[in-house]
Design a protein around this ligand. Structure first.
Ligand code: 13P
Ligand code: SF4
Length: 321
């Protein structure tokens, strides 16, 4: 605890000295989320992280999350120094969609509009016409469909299937998955629902269709927090990374949050939904990033890629505005 207090104090000083602001995702450790809030930074979903970083006047952004989030910040704010606690925090969706293979796929379907999830590399974004996050994906695909576009979707297969089902738009879909949400299991969730018939079920759309089918609310992290507040149920079964419990519990302190079961431990693990890459963010690595900067912490995106990737990202932000 003492060490934690010292690190926190050190980080607060460094934030001021470097004219920096901490931007954290809901899946990071609650200690980091609390620190971001306390120091005037932000804790939010992927869309709001991008917007906050772009609009904030700080010279330096320290992004606690995974690499695509740091890259997105840099693409939108080239004049800022963008630091991350570790550049090794990946995402299985990003890793599952290599830029060269994806480019070839798109080149083979030149009549298609390319829509990619924010959970991709800068190079994949640079090949896209639109970037979307889970909080705005449905609206953007609906909009493109209404204009008659044929769509390539990448990389999350479950989110892609969910968008197709909700919008009735058929898309050419890439088939990667989030290793955390892909593990939620419908059979065990049904059993849990039977045990708690009064509970509502909240599901992130990176989960399998069979799990989404059991949901009372489906949405991005921020949409799930809002649903937790507005649903009348006092008990909520939550199918997303457990990092979200910190903010969700703050948003509805009187409600009981129950973790949805995943495939771990013979199919009923209730503490397994924790992204290993999000977990790489810690107080010590935030301190190191702010104090030392340099090649193990600073995000760089080559300028030609950045300029191309900025176009679909700004399209999303303008659409969302
Ligand atoms: P959102 O916060 O946009 O819902 O995204 C979740 C996610 O994939 C982060 O890893
Ligand atoms: Fe990627 Fe899933 Fe981890 Fe989010 S939770 S960073 S989508 S692997």
């Amino acid at each position: 605890v003492d060490q934690q207090r010292e690190l926190t104090a050190e980080i607060k000083e460094l934030l001021i000295a470097r004219n920096a602001v901490l931007v954290a995702h809901y899946y990071t450790d609650p200690i980091i989320q609390a620190l971001a809030e306390e120091t005037g930074g932000c804790v939010s979903d992927s869309l709001e992280m991008a917007r906050f970083g772009k609009e904030h006047s700080a010279k330096t952004l320290i992004v606690a999350g995974v690499r695509f989030m740091g890259e997105t910040s840099k693409i939108l704010s080239p004049e800022k120094t963008v630091l991350m606690p570790t550049l090794e925090a990946e995402c299985s969706l990003d890793l599952g969609c290599p830029a060269d293979e994806f480019t070839e796929f798109c080149d083979n379907h030149p009549d298609h509009t390319v829509v990619v999830y924010a959970n991709t590399s800068a190079a994949v974004k640079a090949r896209a016409d639109w970037v979307v996050t889970s909080s705005i994906a449905l609206e953007i695909v609906e909009h493109l469909d209404s204009e008659g576009h044929k769509i390539i979707w990448a990389p999350d297969r479950h989110l892609g299937a969910y968008i197709e089902k909700e919008t009735g738009t058929e898309m050419l879909r890439w088939q990667a998955a989030c290793i955390v949400h892909d593990e939620f299991r419908a059979k065990a969730l049904k059993e849990l629902k039977a045990q708690y018939p009064e509970a509502a079920v909240l599901v992130h759309p990176e989960s399998p269709a069979s799990v989404i089918a059991l949901a009372d609310a489906v949405g991005s992290t921020s949409q799930l927090i809002k649903a937790a507040q507005s649903l009348p149920n006092n008990k909520l079964i939550v199918a997303t990374d457990q990092g979200i419990f910190y903010k969700m519990q703050q948003a509805c302190p009187d409600k009981e949050l129950v973790a949805a079961p995943t495939g771990g431990n013979g199919g009923t693990c209730r503490s397994c939904a924790n992204c290993p890459w999000m977990a790489m963010n810690g107080l010590e690595s935030i301190r190191d990033a702010l104090r030392d900067g340099g090649s193990s912490h600073e995000i760089h995106v080559d300028e030609a890629t950045r300029i191309k990737a900025m176009i679909p990202l700004e399209r999303m932000l303008n659409f969302a505005a």
